[in-house]
Design a protein around this ligand. Structure first.
Ligand SMILES: NC(=O)c1ccc[n+]([C@@H]2O[C@H](COP(=O)([O-])OP(=O)(O)OC[C@H]3O[C@@H](n4cnc5c(N)ncnc54)[C@H](O)[C@@H]3O)[C@@H](O)[C@H]2O)c1
Length: 701
């Protein structure tokens, strides 16, 4: 095995290089290598300073996440970092790329830090439900003002070198070649007679105002990171840095770092880390299947979705041609795109020149012939089967051979759409979410005849436009919207049973959903769901209460925010309970003789989520979703499901499948039994004391 840590000499300076591709993640081997190197240097009196650098494209970009499960092999972080900090000669970290987690903590344990101008420093541990555990919570506030240190750890966002230098984390930003710049810096230090400057010996910056600041941050995380355990634990550790001597503070950090990986929160977040990586692994699709080249894209329909999708491609530097049927709609669509970009310019996240560059990549036309050079065409016209078929027949005529034809339909049978073309193998669903230029999720819908390379191309395109592409098969609503169906059904039914919209949404939000479903309906437009159901009326359950509140609101023309009222009213834009709509629901409940059970928050959450989970189990059985973890990615990336709960299927496992089945069986007795039949897979796994995770492991064996 190649050495992961090597030491070279540049005269009186020793250069220690970590070389552990691809990202120099710290694992047992790297720690052991560092230990050996620094122990040897200590014994060498000719060494006057040490420069610590990394080979390859980045400084240490984190710790090896697998060690969470296997345990940290000796030597541990503290032992090695302490050895480095104890060095009798100055140690200078030279950072390029992105120092993350244990990498940033390694740099903090060095005596000085120089950074390439493109370097970034981050401590993203909270995103995995843990806290910096290699001294980060104790050392960072000794190097930069307490508030900045807290912000860096709470946000998890990397800080760029220039900013880090301003804050005191970096001693010098180096414009030239990093290694030689760092050596020159070391020589300067020696010339100035500077020795080791141990972080642990410095005082916490701003300790006098710490009590106030920590209280404010506690209030902030209680609100913005509710239900979570790692953010308050982080604040406890930082409080220890303020109040206790370094070594005692380190013990507090250590105790919390030992406990946190065992929490459901951390397991959930780590589950998603791997789930997101796995989405592009499609069973049976090997590396030999190559993606087609997508250098030019066509979009049909310049509406809400067509415009947003166009922006995704322009943002990735791929030229887009939008075709619409009406000049006015085309003009309006292009104007909306410009307005959206303009907003970014106003916010300062984009320059005027970038706006013009993006707009120059987008052109409009009324003529389908303009799509003849596109490698990928995505249809985003009204949700109407006849219209979509007409368009696909046209596309079949104008698209070049090998062009991929995608549809953004939310619900329609894409096999039926594909069948009107003479190239069904080139057709698939590309289901973006609104606003398409913002939302992370892309459902890639594989049709019966979609060819493997078309699927691979879609996954590749998703990466290029920075989306998380999850593969689903054809069915009504695919993964996401199909599981929303029971979720919304129960939310609406709870309203008819006497819970107010604010109570239903409040229960879901308190549990962790980004937004209650009824508020979502108000935002998206109440009529959207209603019209979709109308279009497939004959397939719906024979239940007069099924989605009845939404139907009533639509009949009234109370379509949500766009009309100023729906489930709520919006005086001065503020969501407010609407006594009139609540009275209307009560009257309707009476007319339908619905018992007023007034479900409490626990029941609301259980009904909405267990209905959703049961549907998820059906999707797995039917093969619509490939893996339980794919469903979790769909929900966390596209539906505001709290990441710290891991997604619906992970959440089901964490509750216990037997408990969920038992509740579903109870609901079958107390509620409408047609909705509460446990999916066979759910029942089977529950009976065996198994889990969706276990099922997934068996599947992939
Ligand atoms: N809006 C959402 O939240 C959302 C989310 C996901 C998917 N979708 C799906 O995306 C599709 C588009 O939805 P939208 O909200 O953007 O609709 P929209 O009404 O905003 O836009 C539709 C556009 O299609 C154009 N159009 C109609 N017939 C055409 C034709 N024959 N040729 C070219 N253009 C034509 C219209 O002029 C209009 O500009 C639908 O299938 C919808 O189900 C919508």
């Amino acid at each position: 095995m190649a050495e992961v840590v090597r030491t070279e000499r540049e005269g009186e300076i020793a250069v220690v290089t970590i070389d552990a591709p691809p990202v120099n993640a710290i694992n047992q081997a790297v720690r052991a290598g560092l230990q050996q190197a620094f122990a040897a240097l200590r014994a060498d009196p000719t060494v006057k300073a040490v420069v610590l650098v990394c080979a390859g494209k980045t400084f240490v970009a984190g710790a090896d996440i697998k060690e969470f499960d296997t345990g940290i092999g000796a030597p541990g972080y503290h032992e090695v970092y302490r050895l480095i900090e104890d060095s009798p000669v100055p140690v200078i970290a030279a950072v390029h790329g992105t120092a993350l987690g244990g990498g940033t903590e390694l740099a903090l344990a060095c005596h000085y830090r120089v950074a390439d101008k493109g370097a970034r420093f981050g401590l993203p541990e909270l995103s995995l439900g843990i806290i910096p555990g290699a001294g980060g919570t104790q050392r960072l506030p000794r190097l930069m003002p307490l508030e900045a240190a807290l912000d860096m750890m709470i946000s998890g966002k990397p800080t760029v070198a220039a900013k880090a230098a301003e804050q005191g984390l970096v001693d010098r930003v180096i414009d030239s070649e990093l290694r030689s710049g760092a050596i020159a810096y070391a020589r300067e230090l020696l010339a100035q007679g500077k020795g080791p400057r141990r972080t642990r010996e410095q005082a916490v910056q701003g300790a006098d105002k710490a009590a106030e600041l920590l209280a404010a941050k506690r209030a902030q995380v209680a609100k913005t990171m509710r239900n979570r355990v790692s953010p308050p634990a982080l604040l406890d550790a930082v409080e220890a840095a303020v109040k206790l001597p370094f070594d005692d503070g380190l013990k507090v950090e250590q105790a919390k770092s030992d406990e946190l990986p065992l929490t459901t929160e951390s397991k959930a977040l780590r589950h998603l880390f791997f789930a997101e990586r796995d989405v592009s692994r499609i069973p049976g699709l090997g590396k030999e299947v190559k993606p087609r080249n997508v250098a030019a894209v066509g979009i049909v329909g310049a509406g809400t979705m067509g415009g947003g999708i166009s922006m995704c491609f322009a943002n990735a530097g791929i030229p887009v041609t939008i075709v619409d049927a009406a000049q006015a709609n085309l003009d309006r669509g292009l104007a909306t795109i410009r307005k959206n970009y303009q907003r970014s310019v106003t916010r300062g996240s984009m320059s005027e020149a970038q706006l013009e560059q993006r707009m120059a990549l987008i052109s409009g036309s009324l003529d389908y012939a303009a799509l003849s050079t596109a490698d990928l065409i995505i249809e985003a016209v009204f949700e109407n089967m006849a219209l979509k078929k007409e368009i696909f027949a046209k596309l079949d005529k104008v698209a070049k051979p090998g062009a991929i034809l995608g549809t953004n339909t939310s619900t329609l049978d894409i096999d039926e759409i594909a069948a009107v073309t003479g190239r069904a193998s080139d057709v698939l669903g590309l289901h973006f979410f609104s606003p398409a230029n913002v939302m992370q999720l892309l459902e890639i819908v594989q049709c019966a005849k979609t060819s493997p390379d078309v699927l691979v191309t879609a996954l590749d395109v998703a990466k290029k436009i920075k989306k998380t592409g999850v593969v689903a098969k054809v069915c009504y609503g695919f993964i996401g919207n199909r599981m929303m169906d029971p979720y919304g059904r129960e939310a609406e039914r709870c309203v008819l049973e006497g819970a107010t919209p604010a109570e239903v949404d409040g229960a879901l939000e308190k549990w962790g959903m980004a937004m209650g479903i009824l508020a979502v309906y108000d935002m998206a437009g109440i009529d959207i769901g209603h019209l979709t159901r109308e279009a497939r009326k004959e397939l719906l359950p024979k239940d007069p209460s099924f989605y009845r509140p939404t139907a009533l609101l639509t009949e009234k023309g109370w379509l949500g925010q766009k009309t100023g009222r729906g489930y709520y009213t919006y005086p001065e834009g503020k969501r407010t309970p609407d006594a009139e709509s609540i009275a209307m629901f009560a009257a309707e409940a009476k007319r339908l003789a619905i018992p007023q059970r007034k479900p409490d928050a626990t029941e609301i959450v259980e009904r909405c989520l267990y209905g959703m989970i049961n549907e998820g189990a059906l999707l797995l059985e039917e093969g619509i979703a490939l893996r339980a973890s794919d469903i979790d990615v769909v929900y966390t990336a596209g539906y505001g499901f709290p990441r710290y709960r891991g997604g619906p299927m992970f959440y089901a496992d964490s509750v216990g499948l037997a408990k969920i089945v038992a509740r579903i069986e109870e609901f079958a007795k107390t509620l409408d039994p047609q909705y509460w039949q446990p999916a066979p897979l759910l029942k089977k796994l529950a009976a065996a004391g198994s889990s969706f995770a276990e099922y997934q492991k068996q599947q992939t064996k």
